[in-house]
Ligand binder design. Structure first.
Ligand code: SAH
Ligand code: DHB
Ligand code: MG
Length: 219
């Protein structure tokens, strides 16, 4: 095990402890054959902290998978809060719904199945109340469009968080023609240029290798 993983394990053990609900979600995901690309325990805890920090009552997630990050977001909600989470794959959404049900969060989370852009457009069209935290974690080439829609669904003080913005350092390759990298670079450029946002990024190492989060707050 690398020193990064040792430290990740130490920090998770010290700060988070055992969590049967979250362990069961990962077991169910594995049993269903879902890809193991959920956030790490410490990254998930960051989502809970951020939701709590903004006293989020409305959270929007793009990319549900089996709901591991969704449980973390839901746990950070203020009383009466709700998560809307978007997932293209019906099979993933079904596993997530089952996991959320078992976690006692079925009433708190709305899993919307279909391409995320369609769901975001529907939320804009229906005049959805503003979200206080938006977590973008689906296809990375979609992030510029998801950001554009998200900016119509937030209010001052809302956070916009994007996962996987470093990808083992590949984000710094200006010559990459990988759509995930070019999408991430356009997403980061848009965050940096937008006068409505204060933005930063945090590189992460540990259980999920070398990656990072972009975090922006709406002015
Ligand atoms: N947030 C999850 C991991 C999400 S993995 C966690 O940390 O636990 C990315 C998910 O996004 C996959 O389930 C994939 O099916 C979904 N996805 C990919 N493209 C999508 C799209 N265009 N619209 C909605 N979901 C999409
Ligand atoms: C991968 C990891 C992620 O967190 C994600 O959202 C998508 C893909 C990966 O490791 O391939
Ligand atoms: Mg991710």
């Amino acid at each position: 095990m690398s020193a990064w993983e040792d430290v990740d394990e130490y920090l998770a053990g010290t700060l988070l402890g055992e969590d049967e609900v979250l362990e069961q979600v990962l077991d169910e995901n594995q049993a269903a054959g879902l890809p193991e690309i959920d956030v790490s325990p410490l990254q998930g805890a960051l989502l809970t902290v951020l939701a709590r920090a903004v006293a989020a009552r409305r959270v929007l997630e793009v990319g549900t998978l089996g709901g591991y990050s969704t449980v973390h977001l839901a746990r950070g909600l203020a009383p009466g809060g709700r998560v809307v989470t978007c997932e293209r794959e019906p099979r993933h959404a079904e596993v997530a719904r089952r996991n959320l049900e078992r976690a006692g969060l079925a009433d708190v989370v709305d899993v919307r199945v279909g391409p995320a852009l369609d769901t975001l457009d529907a939320l804009v069209a229906e005049g959805a109340a503003p979200f206080h935290l938006v977590f973008l974690d689906a296809d990375k080439q979609g992030n510029p469009d998801y950001l554009e829609r998200a900016l119509r669904l937030v209010r001052p003080g809302s956070l916009i968080v994007g996962d996987n913005v470093v990808r083992d350092g590949r984000v710094a390759d200006a010559g990459s023609d990988d759509p995930a990298i070019t999408g991430t670079r356009r997403f980061l450029a848009a965050l940096g240029e937008d006068p409505r946002l204060d933005a930063t990024a945090v590189q992460t190492v540990g259980a999920k290798g070398w990656d990072g989060f972009a975090i922006a707050v709406v002015r």
